[in-house]
Design a protein around this ligand. Structure first.
Ligand SMILES: Cc1ncc(COP(=O)(O)O)c(C=O)c1O
Length: 403
């Protein structure tokens, strides 16, 4: 098994290519939860995620002959960019196989970091198959995204930084996809400060780690579905599973709406952009997915900030819905002058700001003398929404809440 020395060695190797990222206290989340919440801002890492640490450590430990033959991997996400930059900085040629429909922004970023991108296959599995063919055909070394001890040790350097910057840490909260990140961090932390709790977090729609621990063997999900694409993994790794069994104190899950709320809080309150997987640890704290005490020092590992702008737009809207800041309703009005004005009086009284309003006279759902109206509103929170809806209903309007 990997030990602390391996992670300490990794630190020497990754120092040149990766940043020691900031660890900050958060008054906002501490006040909200009663705990002492800290943020490990790994979203500010080079390439926008922690993956460069593991990739650099893996590449640094290749023989000269292996380095000359180059590396290959498959990824549509952060690992692609991490391997690309790590290889370029180490003077090693990299081929990254990405699924044919990988977002153009990610393909571009990976190319910009200096890798050759091969587009192949409809999904990750097909891309990985092609990458393994290239491994055999060209004698390149395959750099696995998590199931590799050097990769895990590289990610473990985050654990060293957490202990350096926050020696009083009591609990560390880390997302789990394939498990490389938590295996490295847990090794670094448990071997130095064994009473620190390590909590692993998965998305509800991609939760294989807890059932695997329960069963004592790895469980693979048929399918995964979550906005946190960085951790949308069907199972934890073969190599990482023993570390999860050994070191992780508790595994919890968070839902997509909870992830969206945490992401929106981070944007609005902390001025920090994270991707879905990066928001997962804070979501687990805010929604009390595990128990913690007053003033407990909790470090949340915000591991990535690479989020597609379209996804971000959707997530922000969901986050606003969940926090009662955005409301979409449907109601029915008499199709006569003044009907809308009567309705708007309630809006004005509640200072509910209208984003959009849509009349539909053609709806078959309503009488011919009526019109259906869909309205999108900016609201101030759950209490504002409740008071507003109750006044509308009291005034005789039937209201369907659409979002
Ligand atoms: C942002 C982010 N967080 C967490 C993870 C999970 O890491 P691991 O697969 O090593 O568990 C990933 C993996 O890609 C990621 O990109």
């Amino acid at each position: 098994m990997l030990d602390l020395d391996d992670v300490l060695e990794a630190r020497k190797r990754v120092r040149e290519t990766s940043r020691h990222t900031p660890l900050e206290s958060s008054h906002t989340y501490s006040a909200m939860t009663g705990a002492d919440v800290r943020l490990k801002l790994e979203n500010f890492q080079r390439t926008g995620a922690f993956k460069i640490r593991g990739a650099t450590n893996r590449i640094a430990t290749l023989s000269e002959e292996q380095k000359a033959a180059g590396v290959v991997t498959a990824s549509a996400g952060n690992h692609a960019q991490g391997v690309a930059l790590a290889a370029t900085r180490s003077g090693v040629d990299a081929k990254i196989v990405m699924p044919e429909h990988a977002p153009i922004s990610k393909v571009k970023a990976t190319k910009n970091y200096g890798a050759e991108v091969v587009l192949s296959g409809r999904d990750y599995d097909a891309a990985a198959e092609r990458a393994h063919e290239i491994e055999r055909e060209e004698g390149r070394t395959y750099v696995h995204a998590f199931d590799d001890e050097y990769v895990m040790a590289g990610q473990g350097t985050i654990g060293l930084e957490i202990l350096d910057d926050c020696p009083e840490v009591e609990t560390v909260v880390v997302p789990i996809g394939g498990g490389g990140l938590i295996s490295g961090i847990a090794t670094a932390i448990k071997e130095q400060k064994p009473d620190t709790r390590v909590i692993g977090v998965q998305a509800e729609g991609a939760s294989s780690a807890a059932p695997s621990l329960e069963k004592g063997e790895r469980v693979a999900l048929e399918e995964v579905d979550t906005i946190a694409d960085g951790i949308a993994t069907r199972s934890v790794g073969e190599e990482t599973f023993p570390y999860i069994q050994e070191y992780v104190d508790e595994i919890v899950t968070v839902s997509d709406p909870e992830i969206a709320v945490a992401l929106v809080y981070l944007l609005e309150r902390s001025k920090t952009l994270v991707e879905g997987a990066g928001a997962v640890p804070l979501a687990a704290v805010l929604f009390e997915a595990f128990d913690y005490g007053d003033d407990e020092t909790i470090v949340t590992a915000l591991c990535g900030g690479n989020i597609d702008l379209n996804t971000l737009t959707n997530v922000i809207v969901r986050g606003l819905v969940e926090t009662g800041r955005y409301l979409k309703i449907r109601t029915v009005l008499k199709d006569r002058p003044g009907a809308l004005e009567d309705l708007l009086e309630i809006f004005t009284a509640h200072r509910a700001n209208i984003y959009a309003i849509h009349h539909d006279r053609t709806s078959r759902e309503v009488e011919m003398s009526d019109t259906e109206v869909e309205i999108e509103l900016e609201m101030r929170g759950p209490d504002h929404v409740d008071a507003f809806l109750s006044d509308m209903r009291e005034a005789g309007y039937e209201v369907d809440v659409l979002a």
